[in-house]
Design a protein around this ligand. Sequence first.
Ligand SMILES: CC(C)(COP(=O)(O)OP(=O)(O)OC[C@H]1O[C@@H](n2cnc3c(N)ncnc32)[C@H](O)[C@@H]1OP(=O)(O)O)[C@@H](O)C(=O)NCCC(=O)NCCS
Length: 172
Amino acid sequence: MLPTYPSHLVRRVLWRGEQLLIRPVRADDTEGYAAAAKHCRIEDLRFRLLSGIQQVSQQLIAQFTHIDYERTMAFVAEGVKGDIMAVTRLVRDGCKKSAEYAIIVRSDLQKQGLGTLMQKLLLDYAADLGLKEVWGLMDTENRRALDLATKLGFSRVFQFGLPFVRVVKVLA
Ligand SMILES: CC(C)(COP(=O)(O)OP(=O)(O)OC[C@H]1O[C@@H](n2cnc3c(N)ncnc32)[C@H](O)[C@@H]1OP(=O)(O)O)[C@@H](O)C(=O)NCCC(=O)NCCS
C-alpha cells in the first residue's frame, strides 16, 4: 500500500520576495531532483552524502523520493516555476526519540538564507513530533554546514579518528 501523502505539512513561505512552496517530497519528484542535482557542485553533493560520489544515480534519487513519511520525512523548497531549490531530510532513529537530519541547498542559491530557513522548519517539525534530539554527521571540513548548525544551537561532538563531526541539538 502506498503511504498517505501528508498534505497538511504543505506550506508557503516568503524568501527574498519569492513565494516558496515547502512540501514533503513526492514519488514523482525524481525529475525535479535530477534537475536540482545539476545545479549542485560535486563538493556539495559529497558533503551531503558523505561519500566520494561522482554523480547522483537514478537509484539514489528513487531512494530519496520514495519515503514512508513515518520514519523518514523530506521537505523540498519549490520555486514558483516548480523547480526544487533545497531539500531537508529527517530519519528517525529506532528509539523514535531522536533523528538524523541532512540538508542541501542548490549551490547557485546558497548564502542567501535558504539553508537557515529550511533547517529551522525541519527543527520545528522535529519538535512537533516530540523528538528529544536531532543530530547530523558532517565532514570535518564542511565549515558552512558546521557554522549553520552552530548558529542554530547544535553542539559538536568530535569522533576520535574519524573525518566526521556529529552535531547534536537537544530539543526543549
Ligand atoms: C550548508 C548549507 C545547507 C548552507 O545553506 P545556505 O543556504 O548557504 O545557508 P544560509 O545562507 O542560510 O547561511 C547560513 C549560515 O551558514 C553559514 N555559511 C553559509 N555560507 C557560508 C560560507 N561561505 N562560509 C562560512 N559559513 C557560511 C553561516 O553560518 C551562515 O550564517 P549567517 O546567515 O549568520 O551568515 C549549504 O552550504 C549546502 O547545501 N551545503 C552542501 C550540503 C551540505 O554540506 N549539507 C550538510 C551535510 S548534510
